[in-house]
Design a protein around this ligand. Structure first.
Ligand code: HEC
Ligand code: HEC
Length: 347
């Protein structure tokens, strides 16, 4: 009998310790699984924001949660929608109360391989970037204090911030969680990647001719370099310079005359899904983009010396477009998560 009670006590103690351990070490490290074509060496995860399963999960909820905006209507996913190639199908974005912005929404996948964010590079990291739209009056129209107060009133978020960061809800935690989630959005295993991996049948003959043009005579590779299809640098290719008040782009940050009209080279992965194109959404289709490059961009004092007339034939233009469409990633699917309710469900 005594021994029996002893056994129960020991079991209870073990359960208690187990429960304690699993609560305090609940941070399951997250193992990144890179799809075919992406390079692990190029990944950048800041040392102070390691990926954990719980943090990514929290970030996914925040990314889809309109309650981060002033009136509850606009979330990150409004403008970076998974079913619209992580953009919004609009020339320029529309934020809170229907306000129209000045720039096209870039995609938010493969940001694992990047540092500077925005078309002009004004945010040094994904963490820094994430707090921008929340406070932007024409995007989510909130203040950080406002967003933190709203999230703090949601028991499910309070609990998760305690688990993930050991703190109350903070703006820094919001940024870290969203950035961690974004780093798991990866676009690879495209027909192009399978072709590069040795499957000759992965690209059609037209797509193969397009690839050859892309790397050769059409000079696209000059700026859309490497597996990410971007050098993450800033170039003036002439987009928007013919408008009344051209967007100064990178110049706004550096104040260097030569950076006027320069914008960050965007990735071309999954490009077929994220039109319209360019920082101002001025190209409706990939055919329009190719026409733009064929003419050598638009002349202006800062036009990149890598922009030249291409004189492509009509079939060559079609091949180039076909190749761009082979960069679609079949596996990047994200479903909207269940969000924690504003007040606990009544018993
Ligand atoms: C109203 C639409 C809108 C909302 C809401 C919005 N964004 Fe954006 N996002 C944009 C636009 C437009 C840009 C480009 C702005 C610029 O470069 O000046 C951008 C840029 C970015 C970039 C930079 C990508 C790159 O390639 O440089 C990231 C990352 C990003 N947004 C993530 C987010 C996150 C995270 C949220 C939610 C906290 C969010 N966005 C909310 C429209 C939006
Ligand atoms: C001198 C560098 C450079 C060269 C060469 C270049 N690009 Fe670009 N590309 C850019 C920059 C920078 C942007 C963004 C420009 C902007 O919006 O102002 C861009 C934008 C694009 C976009 C739109 C992406 C989006 O998300 O909106 C596509 C598509 C594209 N380029 C394809 C090509 C193709 C195809 C070629 C070859 C014919 C090419 N590029 C050559 C730098 C370059």
């Amino acid at each position: 009998m005594g021994r029996w009670i002893h056994g129960i006590l020991i079991t209870a103690a073990l359960l208690l310790i187990g429960g304690f351990l699993s609560r305090s070490v609940a941070q399951g490290p997250y193992k990144l699984k890179l799809p075919l074509g992406l390079q692990e060496e190029a990944a950048y995860i800041p040392p102070d924001n390691p990926l954990t399963i719980e943090k990514i999960d929290l970030g996914r909820q925040l990314y889809f949660d309109g309650r981060l905006s002033a009136d509850g209507t606009v979330s990150c996913a409004t403008c970076h929608a998974p079913d619209k190639g992580f953009s919004d199908s609009r020339p320029t974005s529309v934020g809170i109360r229907g306000q129209v912005g000045e720039r096209n929404a870039p995609v938010v996948f493969n940001r694992l391989f990047s540092r500077e964010q925005f078309w002009d590079g004004r945010a040094a990291s994904l963490e820094e970037q994430a707090l921008g739209p929340i406070q932007n009056p024409i995007e989510m129209g909130n203040t950080l204090d406002g967003a933190v107060a709203t999230l703090s009133a949601i028991p499910g978020y309070r609990k998760q911030f305690k688990q993930v960061f050991g703190t109350d809800v903070t703006a820094a935690g919001v940024a870290k969680a969203i950035a961690a989630f974004e780093r798991t959005l990866l676009c690879g295993n495209t027909a192009f990647d399978r072709y590069e991996d040795g499957d000759d049948s992965a690209l059609s003959e037209s797509e193969q001719r397009g690839l050859e043009l892309f790397q050769g005579r059409a000079n696209c590779l000059r700026c859309h370099t490497g597996f990410a299809f971007t050098d993450e640098r800033y170039h003036n290719i002439g987009v928007g310079v013919d408008k009344p008040n051209p967007d100064p782009g990178r110049y706004k940050i550096t104040k260097k005359e030569s950076d006027k009209g320069a914008f960050k080279t965007p990735t071309l992965r999954d490009i077929a899904a994220s039109g319209p194109y360019f920082h101002d959404g001025s190209a409706q289709t990939l055919e329009d983009v190719v026409e733009f490059y064929d003419k050598g961009g638009i002349k202006n004092p800062n036009l990149s010396t890598d922009m030249k007339r291409l004189l492509l034939t009509t079939p060559e233009k079609a091949d180039l477009v076909a190749f761009l469409k082979s960069l679609s990633c079949p596996d990047l699917k994200v479903a909207a998560p269940v969000l924690p309710p504003t007040s606990p469900p009544s018993p």
